[in-house]
Design a protein around this ligand. Structure first.
Ligand code: GLN
Length: 552
């Protein structure tokens, strides 16, 4: 196949119907047919990227290898397929306008009036083309819901796109809701009809409808939706609610979605190879043994802010044949309460990444509890920095040790802002200080790390050098390395030049490890991340020990 085909996925009726998962599942099915695919997410908000947005509102910021701070849907795309995404695969209204305005200031438009149509829409179309280099199919998800003012320029651009590249190369898939009304015992098609009407009023006729429902739609219901929405009966696909998100590709396949897609796009492929998805599904169905992981963080109410983390823990559970149960603990509450009571029932403790000083002492109390009570501990980014601070304060006698992020006057800045470091990605020395621009001073994206032979980290990875993704500003201060090592802290991962500490661990503990990077971004359901796999294995072992209360 030479010419790239484009699938546009839009959503209607309401948000949170699972457009990201639907797009990822379409990608998984096409990849299983041997096609080379990619994804793109077009987000209608004005931020240039989600990096500065509050995860509480927007959900997790997903980081790619090239250091782009992107929408969490890119996490779904990478987890469901083998694609490697970059900055090009996520584009926002802000980025589009930024680029158009920069061109306007440079004088590129030669005195013309710069307008939404054609300048903004042209810029959007160029972005779509730029992300679809050398692939058979590009799947483009439009954020938001049809009918929003913000998404109109994107919808207009994808409407035009069909005439630019040819009807035979473009497919529009619309995800909508078909609610089941309990009192009358019926499913309702009206919201879907309205949503499609809205889409058609801006010139887009969907080719396939994905109908999110609680129950499978009957042929009669499908016929009714098809008639009112002007699509073929076979193109009305039930997107039934499922127990596990990793079942979605299988459910779509049973409904004939991938057959419809290749037929409509006139692509010849082999039948999909779904054995691995099938095996995964069966393994998930067999998970019974519960393992409880206590996550101590700030944004407890919104699980979406730790999306990749939750998935990575779940993947570790699948591999160890146990069902991971997540228990969220508010770190601020832990400042007032006794962690021995609060965390008594957990088999492992995890402190994830975070920014800001709220709840930091509570997180350290949880870490101290895990360290002293032989409970497996996994610290990610901030969770690693705090583990080192806790160790410095309580075991290395560095009273008042802290991160300069939270206490600029600390006598022992074991975590600090590095002024200069060598950026392996582009081979330049980077500099920053407290006054540097917030957007541009983070260590972002993939960095290499060398592992200490024989360490827990090296055993988990079975590799000498690894590459992991970062998103943080502060670093461990290696001036304190020797003092901490003398008391038993092991620096088991360092940057190749030895300047940056990437992994720490405690050998005389069942499992206590912290990493400066975010391993959760690279975990896959069929290929769990080694650190999550080992953390869950240790927590499973812990869960099988008699509990303190049982011992009495
Ligand atoms: N706030 C810390 C830093 O900037 C940790 C960041 C994180 O956990 N992602 O270094």
């Amino acid at each position: 196949m030479t010419k790239t085909k484009f699938i546009f996925v839009t959503g209607g009726v309401l948000s949170s119907l699972g457009k990201g998962l639907a797009s990822a599942s379409i990608g998984a099915l096409l990849e299983a047919r041997g096609l080379k695919i990619t994804f793109q997410k077009l987000d209608p908000y004005i931020n240039v990227d989600p990096g500065t947005m509050n995860p509480f509102q927007h959900g997790e910021v997903y980081v790619t290898d090239d250091g782009a701070e992107t929408d969490l849907d890119l996490g779904h795309y990478e987890r469901y397929t083998s694609v490697k995404l970059t900055q090009k695969n996520n584009c926002t209204t802000g980025r589009i306008y930024f680029s158009v305005i920069t061109k306007e200031r440079r004088g590129d438009y030669l005195g013309g009036t710069v307008q939404v149509i054609p300048h903004i829409t042209d810029e959007i179309k160029q972005c779509i083309l730029a992300a679809a280099d050398a692939v058979d199919v590009s799947i483009i998800e439009i954020g938001g819901t049809v009918g929003d003012i913000e998404s109109l320029p994107f919808l207009e651009a994808i409407r035009q796109f069909q005439s630019d590249v040819g009807k035979e190369n473009v497919l529009y898939i619309h995800l909508t809701l078909v609610p089941y009304i309990k009192t009358s015992g019926e499913v309702k098609t009206k919201p879907t009809q309205h949503s499609v009407k809205e889409l058609r009023s801006i010139g887009i006729q969907p080719d396939i409808l994905l109908c999110r429902t609680e129950q499978l739609l009957t042929p009669e219901m499908k016929a009714k939706i098809a008639l009112f929405c002007n699509v073929e009966k076979e193109a009305v696909i039930t997107a039934k609610d499922v127990e596990s998100i990793y079942e979605v590709p299988l459910v779509f396949h049973q409904e004939g979605l991938d057959d419809r897609i290749v037929e409509k796009l006139n692509i010849w492929t082999r039948a999909p190879r779904l054995e691995a998805w099938q095996a995964l599904h069966e393994r998930i169905n067999r998970l019974t043994v519960p393992v409880c992981i206590g996550i101590v963080g700030k944004y407890i109410d919104l699980k979406e802010s730790y999306k990749s983390l939750n998935e990575a823990l779940y993947h570790g559970g699948i591999h160890n044949d146990c069902r991971v149960i997540l228990d969220f603990f508010d770190s601020e509450e832990l400042e007032q309460q006794d962690p021995r009571e609060q965390l008594a029932g957990v088999d492992g403790v995890l402190v994830p990444g975070g920014f800001g000083s709220r709840g930091v002492e509570g997180k350290m109390r949880a870490i101290q509890f895990a360290r002293e009570n032989q409970v497996p501990y996994f610290g990610i980014c901030l969770g690693m920095q705090l583990a080192v601070i806790e160790f410095a304060r309580h075991l290395a006698g560095l009273t008042g040790a802290h991160s300069t992020e939270f206490d600029p006057e600390t006598p022992y800045p074991v975590v600090y802002l590095m002024r200069e470091w060598f950026d392996y990605k582009d081979g330049v020395v980077r500099r920053r200080d407290e006054l540097s621009d917030k957007g541009g001073t983070m260590r972002l994206g993939a960095y290499p790390c060398r592992l200490l032979p024989g360490s827990r980290a090296a055993q988990a990875y079975q590799q000498e050098e690894i590459s992991e993704r970062h998103r943080h500003r502060y670093e461990l201060n290696l001036d304190f390395k020797k003092a901490l090592e003398e008391k038993g802290l092991v620096f088991s991962g360092l940057s190749p030049d030895g300047i940056l500490a990437e992994i720490i661990e405690l050998p005389d503990h069942p499992w206590f490890l912290g990493c400066q990077f975010h391993p959760e971004f690279k975990s896959r359901p069929m290929d769990p991340h080694p650190l999550f796999r080992e953390f869950i294995r240790a927590s499973l072992e812990k869960s099988q020990e008699p509990k303190a209360t049982e011992r009495l």
